[in-house]
Design a binder for this molecule. Structure first.
Ligand code: HEM
Length: 407
């Protein structure tokens, strides 16, 4: 990688500031490096972080020049087999994430059509049912920890039901998914369990199709195999669960700590949607996303990008780009030009965005309906984030409330 502008040291994409004050950190990186900053990943592996809104738009809108094909990466010969980022930046992974061109468009259409078959009223009902069940388990106590006892349990249960899993398999899927995300000693076993569960579900649905997402995908006419569909269902589960859980946690934190939303806790409904929109701008679950690979030498934001260089999508930085956020203190209202769901051909499929929105909004509304005086159990300043420059979410969100009976 080479740079045209005066060279400054690359910034390691790690450290506490990605959790404690990312906005200020991105501001400093922009001042020091401009729109596209050189960064170092684990093991001092170089990459570019695209910080500015206009450049991020350019990268995501041109899937030929800035490809999703990780095979193009010019650093593979220095990546060890145990590189910690391999689960996120895989090579020759057969899922939709690394498929490009016409086959990607067909694959995105297959997934989009299957997710579009979900009835939004039924989805709301399912999300309410699981939210109520989870709240029943702690509502008599008067206190709980929202992330571990609620937000991290809800999206995966709802998605499992939509995809076609019987409800009695839900708790084991929740555990496997959260073990996998946790990234520690149970991660691999969790991933294997999920993979096997997808294959069993698909075998059952091949034998007897039902009205669910898995059956819709199996019915595709573009020739996608059962193995390919299993890979995509894994992506749809993993890509769907954690950011939706973080959207719930980050929005509830905002509502419980920011005076502009406090009044609404006891009253108006519309402010749940406002808080959720605000979070996608100011505190997005998808902070940085990997990645794109340059298919030839090019220029971006004053930098010379070499063929095979990796670019990371600086979603949080672009959302707070002063060129588009001229008044950073104003509430964002209904403006949804944020980058939080990506942009272009590889963005989060629109029906997936709608499903995430219904699950997160229902999850928040049911908490506020059932526990109307819910409040933080610790001062807002003491809340901490998980240590990650990628997905941004709270470690814990302890709350108290007047105990109520289970439904
Ligand atoms: C708050 C919730 C969510 C957020 C913030 C989010 C964000 C994103 C982002 C930023 C991307 C683009 C990655 C890139 O450009 O490289 C993406 C892709 C994707 N998301 Fe989501 N997502 C969410 C929920 C979901 C849900 C619920 C599903 C499934 C039901 C889902 C399925 C997918 C899939 C399949 C892709 C890959 C698209 C492709 O490569 O063509 N996401 N998501």
């Amino acid at each position: 990688m080479t740079t045209d502008t005066p060279s400054t040291a690359p910034t390691p994409l790690s450290g506490p500031r990605f959790q404690t004050d990312p906005t200020q950190l991105y501001r400093e990186m922009r001042r020091e490096h401009g729109a596209v900053a050189p960064v170092l990943l684990d093991g001092d592996v170089p990459a570019w972080l695209v910080l500015d809104y206009r450049e991020l738009h350019q990268v995501t809108a041109d899937p030929v020049l800035f490809s999703r094909d990780s095979d193009l990466w010019n650093q593979w010969d220095r990546i060890p087999d145990d590189w910690p980022m391999l689960p996120m930046i895989g090579r020759k992974q057969p899922s939709i994430l690394y498929t490009v061109g016409q086959r990607h468009r067909e694959r995105a259409a297959m997934i989009g059509d299957a997710l579009e078959s979900v009835d939004p009223f039924e989805l709301r009902r399912i999300a309410e049912q699981f939210a109520d069940e989870l709240i029943n388990s702690f509502c008599g106590k008067g206190d709980t920890e929202i992330i571990g006892q609620y937000a991290m349990l809800l999206p995966v249960r709802v998605l499992a039901r939509l995809y076609g899993f019987p409800d009695d398999e839900g708790p084991a899927l929740v555990k496997a998914m959260n073990d996998m995300i946790d990234g520690r000693e149970l991660a691999l076993a969790g991933q294997q369990y999920l993979g096997q569960s997808m294959m069993s579900l698909l075998a059952a649905r091949q034998a007897s199709p039902a009205e669910d997402v898995a059956s819709h995908m199996l019915g595709n006419e573009a020739g996608f195999t059962v193995e390919e569909i299993a890979q995509d269902l894994m992506v749809m589960m993993a890509a769907g669960h954690q950011p939706t859980a973080d959207w719930i946690g980050n929005s509830l934190r905002l509502m419980l700590t920011d005076d502009r939303f406090a009044a609404s806790l006891s009253g108006g409904r519309h402010s749940v949607a406002e808080a959720m929109n605000e979070v996608l701008w100011e505190d997005t679950p998808t902070q940085n996303v990997a990645g794109r690979w340059a298919s030839r030498d090019t220029h971006l934001g004053g930098r010379h990008i070499q063929s095979g260089d990796m670019l990371l999508l600086g979603i949080a930085a672009a959302n707070s780009d002063p060129q588009v956020r001229t008044d950073g203190s104003a509430l964002t209202g209904g403006n949804n030009a944020f980058f939080s769901f990506g942009h272009g051909e590889h963005r989060c499929p629109f029906p997936a965005q709608e499903i995430a929105e219904v699950i997160a909004r229902t999850g928040i509304e049911v908490i506020l309906d059932r526990l109307p005086d819910v409040d933080l159990a610790t001062p807002g300043e003491s809340l901490t984030r998980r240590p990650s420059p990628w997905l941004r979410g709270l470690s814990t969100l302890p709350v108290t409330f007047t105990p109520v009976s289970a439904l």
